[in-house]
Ligand binder design. Structure first.
Ligand SMILES: [Cu+2]
Length: 343
């Protein structure tokens, strides 16, 4: 009899199992701020019991470039050394009351903007203090062993030194390349790598904008979009620039899930250098469209003072946070601006 019952229970379990996979049985249900019921296998963070552990100031990030610790080889080659530490346990309040588990390079999303000149020798000391394997995969030209794909760096203090010559000239992303890749990117393991031409570029007020999305409910759709992580930040804190001063924006699209993103500038047009690899612009436009990791350099000057929007012309993205304002004031100095081009 017991045997018969066991057989029946066993058969029932087999019959039911196609409808209740392991993954589905782990799904949790919660209600979003808009009342939508979401089922997710991701970690749901309760805002009432959560404290942000990330300090990130998008205004500081905007114009902050990390040139590394500089030394010279006997042959005169410039060596730049950087340290990047990965972690995956931080929590960031990305929007009021919305807490998100960010995976970070040096504690922020995006990670630091690494900057060098073409031909410099780069040494990136990578330390993985996370709980999962991570790497750094740089876009650009380098040996296969420095590509950050097949040499996963173990958790709990694993180390790897990426060493290669900076090139080509342009603006490139770097990001973790451990599978599942989408997960490692969407949580925030990415940053910008700028390679300057040896002759430099024209002096300008320079800034970096990483276009990113945040999937805070783990349904593989972005709930928020932004330039530099915090939705609506530059709308509430306009970026101050001057009339008749060259503005140079290094823009990198790191949005996952959505096939395109774009960048529209109001009251002006910009010269656009795709990937920044050419010193002659390819377009003069007020609108570019970017797929995943597409990037480039925008250059423009404002003639008239005032407030000008910049945003995704994919309106859904701008309404969910990817929108900002340039506050243009009359340049009181002469045309010879004192803004320095860092090096
Ligand atoms: Cu990773």
């Amino acid at each position: 009899m017991i045997l018969l019952i066991s057989i029946i229970i066993g058969f029932s379990a087999i019959a039911i199992s196609p409808n209740f996979s392991d993954a589905e049985s782990e799904l949790k249900t919660f209600i979003t701020h808009s009342g939508k019921v979401i089922r997710t296998s991701g970690e749901v963070i309760d805002p009432l019991y959560t404290v942000s552990t990330v300090e990130f100031d998008p205004m500081e990030y905007l114009r902050e470039f990390n040139y590394g610790n500089i030394s010279k080889l006997p042959d005169g080659t410039t060596v730049r050394e950087y340290t990047i530490i990965a972690e995956d346990d931080k929590v960031m309040e990305v929007s009021p009351g919305v807490f998100y588990n960010v995976w970070t390079y040096n504690g922020t999303v995006p990670g630091p903007t690494i900057r060098a000149t073409e031909g410099d020798l780069l040494k990136i000391n990578f330390i993985n203090n996370g709980s999962k394997e991570h790497t750094i995969h740089f876009h650009g030209i380098h040996p296969a062993g420095m590509d950050g794909v097949f040499e996963a760096v173990g958790p709990g203090g694993g180390k790897f030194v990426y060493e290669f010559e900076a090139g080509p000239v342009g603006v490139h992303p770097y990001h973790c390349h451990v599978m599942p890749l989408e997960e490692h990117i969407i949580h925030g393991l990415y940053g910008v790598f700028i390679v300057d031409p040896k002759e430099g570029r024209e002096p300008a007020d320079e800034m970096v904008m990483v276009l990113n999305g945040l999937d805070t409910d783990f349904d593989t759709e972005n709930n928020f979009y932004a330039a530099n992580t915090i939705p609506f930040y530059y709308q509430h804190h306009p970026i101050q620039i001057n009339t008749n001063e060259l503005i140079r924006v290094y823009v990198v699209n790191m949005v996952e899930f959505d096939p395109i993103n774009n960048f529209h500038l109001h009251g002006n047009l910009y010269n656009y250098y795709p990937t920044g690899t050419d010193l002659i612009p390819s377009f003069y436009t007020d609108m570019i469209t970017l797929s995943q990791t597409e990037r480039g350099i925008m250059e423009f000057e404002y003639t008239y003072p005032g407030k000008y929007l910049f945003h995704a012309h994919k309106v859904e993205f701008s309404e969910k946070g990817w929108v900002g304002i340039f506050l243009v004031t009359d340049n009181v100095e002469s045309d010879e601006s004192e803004t320095e081009y860092g090096s």
